[in-house]
Structure formats: C-alpha cells, structure tokens
Design a protein around this ligand. Sequence first.
Ligand code: CP
Length: 358
Amino acid sequence: MKHLIDPTDLTKKETDQIIALAGDMIANKEKYRESQRYGKLATLFYEPSTRTRLSFTSAMMELGGKVLGFSDAKNSSVAKGETVQDTVRVVGAFADVIAMRHNLEGAPLAAAQVSPVPIINAGDGSHSHPTQTLTDLLTIFRELGHIDGITIGFCGDLKFGRTVHSLIKALSRYEDINVVLIAPEELRLPDYIKQDVCDCKSLTFREVSTIEEAIGDLDVLYMTRVQKERFLDEDEFDRVKDSFVLDKEKMKLAKPKMAVLHPLPRVNEILPEVDSDHRAAYFRQVENGKFVRMALITKLLEWRDNPAHAMPVHKGVFEDASLLCHNRKCISCHEPLPHLFKKGADGVVRCCYCDAKV
Ligand code: CP
C-alpha cells in the first residue's frame, strides 16, 4: 500500500503522474465530479490548519466523496489518552484514506505502520509537509511551464519550515536546480536536509543574507514566516527582520516572470502591496492545493492494492530497542513504538520518525 509520509515516498514518476492528473482535473472538472462517489476521507487534525484541512475536504467533495474526522483532537478519544496507532486502526474501519496533521514529528509514520488504509501526512511538527510540496511543484509548473532548470530562493525560517525541507527534497529529483538560501543565522537550513540531497549532482546551494542580493537571479521566490519566538535575542530579531520582508521596492529588482510562492499563513513577510503584482502566485497556489489533493487521493486509492506502487524500502534502516530519540517533539518519545533508526551515507544515525540525530 502506498502512503505519503515523506515526499520521497513517491517516485519521481508517481509525483509527475499526480501533477499531470491535477492539471487534467483543472482543465476537465466535470470528468472527475463523481469519480469517488462512494469514497470516504478522514481528516485527523491534531494541530490547527485552514488551507490543508479545508482543501482536503473540498477536494473529496469535488470528487463526489464524503469526509469525516476531527479538527481538534480534544474532542476525540485522544483526550482520554488513545494513541495515534490505535486511533488510525479505528478510523481505518470507517474511511478509505486518512489525512493526518500532528504537532509531534513522525506521527504519520507511526500511523502508517498499522493503518489498514493509505495515510497522508498533512504536516508533522517542523518535520515534513509533502502535500504542500505537491502543491508547490504544481504551482511552479503552472507559473513557469517547467520545473527543471529553475533558480529558487527560499527566504525566512529555513530551520523550522517543514514546507522548505519537503520541497528541497522533492526538487533534488529534478534537473539543474539552483537553490539560494536567504535566512538569518539562527534560522539556517539544518545540515541533515543538505546531507539528504548531497548525492544529488543536479542541485546546488548558495547562501546569502538579504533578499536584494539574490532576487534578480530567481525564477521562484519561496517566502516563509520569520517568527520572533525562534530568536534567543530580541535585538537580533529587530536587526534582521526587515531583510526578510518582501515589498514593492524589492519586487522592482526581480525578473518579469519570477513567481512568488508562500505556503501561508503569512504575518508580515509579504506586504499586502505585493498582492496585486502579477508575479504574486500565493493565492493561486492555494487553489492548486485543492486540485493536487484531488489527484493524490485518486492515485492513492487506485494504487492501493498494486504491488508496483508499494512503499519504497529506505536504505540503512534498523531497529534497536536500546537506542532512544531525545527530540521531545518526536512521537517516539511519547508513544510506545518500534525503535527505528537509519544510518546515512555520512555514518550519522538518525531517528526514522523525526530525522533527529541520535
Ligand atoms: N500551508 C498550510 O499548511 O496552511 P495551513 O496551516 O492553514 O493548513
């Protein structure tokens, strides 16, 4: 059975099939109206969401299916201490596919270990957000007409930004990708993300400290929130915060076809004066999210019993009950689960649930 926990659970070919199907769904909406007429999607959201939860709901409704679930785990038996694994065993009896958002990293992976139906990771802590990645890939393709060969700048919180981590991993499978990292010292991209893609010859990294240094070279500017609470020193935040705000003046330095993406919600990192610029693609990106989720649900249900679309076997994975993950935001620190780890090409051992070094 195919789950989507990490962007690399999909092969490049499967990813391209989902993007292509989403494109066809945009062009031929009527054709798909009743295609999941008897299908049921469960949305299990342990953490707040507007776009992801409602776009999943809207996607299943567009396909003619039904939606059940919760948007606040406090109103479910989670409040009585039910584990993630027991919850999905139960919900898997009521639904054909489950989309899960969780504050704990690795919770969707724990769910996938026992689920009788496909699990979709709708965002786990600071770790991963693969359906946002599919949305981003579709948006880049629709805005520029191609994904290969782009120069993309990631700006803001690259340390905790799960959408950034997932998109970099996914882009590492395309050709000739130039990544420009634009972040304050405190919020630089974690080394393990670079390590994950270090074998990839077709992706390069460059780091700069202001938007102005890079914006003229970019085909895509991917903005994210810089959160004050992430800084140890408030003066440091005040010093850097304006370097990471996109305004009309900075847009004057950009290419005429550069696309501005943002997973949203934004706070003040893109000023409203940019919204009317034809290059501001972030609200079109939201709409693409619905179509890509329609395509994903359709494909996961189609692939469910097809061994050609099984989950990939990740190299270097092992179980060791004597090892513990010490990331307090990892599901394995909170619920009884197999102690799963993986040894990377660099020899570093990481937790399979959250990718933290052990
Ligand atoms: N982009 C995104 O994940 O938004 P929500 O948190 O509103 O779902």
